[in-house]
Design a protein around this ligand. Structure first.
Ligand code: P6P
Length: 335
């Protein structure tokens, strides 16, 4: 990726988005304000996740603090912070969170034009063993701000205006696309700013890594079982699986290869959620030159029926996904 070498020319995520916005004279800066509130949420979660290991000492998530109060679990805490940050931005009208059974409709007095679907702390079961976790989000435009309905969030992923994730790993990195390419911003804790570090990320056309939970292999269909063996008979791919979607997808985006959570006999619709896991990651993959496929169709063409719908997903390098699509097409013809 073109390294941003100018140490003195600090390209923060806010400045970058303002530059993008200047290409849309009609925009009123609402998106920039919305994004700044999402960034605030990510900074909070980054700080809380980094302290999680000290929970027993300083009474953070899931422990009782010095006052003996039961602290909220980190995913519940993160969800509350994002919900409050998004509502206080005054730019949202519907919020869908992995943590909340129902969608939240923002009061008319504080309502804006954007609908945000998000998983505030995806992979949170990995926190206790200090494995990377992340926040995933997607942004739609409401059809009629005065009459928001669930249909405004039950849209196909191809209608997303923007999507991104924040990875809380060895560094805190926010990867974002607002429709033109994908850019990576790394949090500089000293400044408290996300600085542009990965300009215009493009996923390698082909990769040497596949990422799946092999524990489900006994339930896979024949096409899935063949995905790890390249069609041209070259050596099988290496397996890398963290079990935290943001970590697995981020590695796939930068190094290439495939990430998949296929449907199988046990989970006929796969496990991952359409709105706030499959769509944002599929959107980013396509904007970075990759593909995202459900086993039946382009993932971004899916139309969810309910806000917590699940779907199977195969995403990653363009050529690798082409091979998977060919496998599934051949299996379909045999039926
Ligand atoms: P499994 C984490 O719980 C999650 O939602 C994703 O982050 C991750 O990719 C997947 O589930 C892991 O699922 O069944 O392999 O443990």
């Amino acid at each position: 990726h073109a390294a941003v070498a100018h140490r003195t020319d600090l390209m923060t995520i806010t400045r970058h988005v303002l530059n993008e916005q200047s290409k849309h004279p009609e925009s009123r800066g609402d998106f920039t304000i919305l994004l700044s509130h999402i960034v605030l949420g990510c900074k909070f979660v980054c700080s809380a996740v980094n302290k999680a290991g000290l929970a027993k000492l300083i009474g953070l998530a899931g422990e009782t603090n010095v006052q003996g109060e039961e602290q909220k679990k980190l995913d519940v805490l993160s969800n509350e912070v994002f919900i409050k940050a998004l509502i206080s931005s005054g730019r949202t009208c519907i919020l869908v969170s992995e943590e909340d059974e129902e969608a939240s409709f923002v009061e008319p007095t504080n309502r804006g034009r954007y609908c945000v679907v998000f998983d505030p702390l995806d992979g949170s079961s990995n926190i206790d063993c200090a494995v990377a976790v992340g926040t995933i989000f997607g942004i739609y435009m409401v059809k009629d701000k005065d009459k928001p309905t669930l249909d405004d969030v039950l849209q196909p992923g191809k209608n997303l205006l923007a999507a991104g994730y924040c990875l809380y790993g060895s560094s805190c990195m926010l990867v974002l696309s607002t429709g033109n390419g994908v850019n990576g911003f790394t949090l500089d804790p000293a400044l408290g700013e996300f600085l542009l570090t990965h300009l215009d990320i493009k996923i390698p056309k082909k990769g040497k890594i596949y990422s799946v939970n092999e524990g489900n292999a006994i339930n896979w269909d024949e096409s899935t079982a063949k995905c790890k063996f390249p069609k041209d008979g070259s050596s099988p791919k290496s397996l890398r699986y963290v079990g935290s979607m943001v970590a697995d997808v981020h590695r796939t985006l930068l190094y290439g290869g495939i990430f998949m959570y296929p449907a199988d006999k046990k989970s006929p619709n796969g496990k991952l959620r359409v709105l706030y896991e499959v769509f944002p990651m599929s959107y980013l993959m396509e904007k970075a030159g990759g593909q995202a496929f459900t086993g039946k169709q382009r993932a971004l063409d899916l139309v969810p029926e309910n806000i917590h719908d699940r779907s199977s997903i195969f995403l990653g390098s363009y050529d690798d996904i082409e091979e998977i699509k060919a496998l599934y097409a051949a299996a379909e013809e045999k039926k």
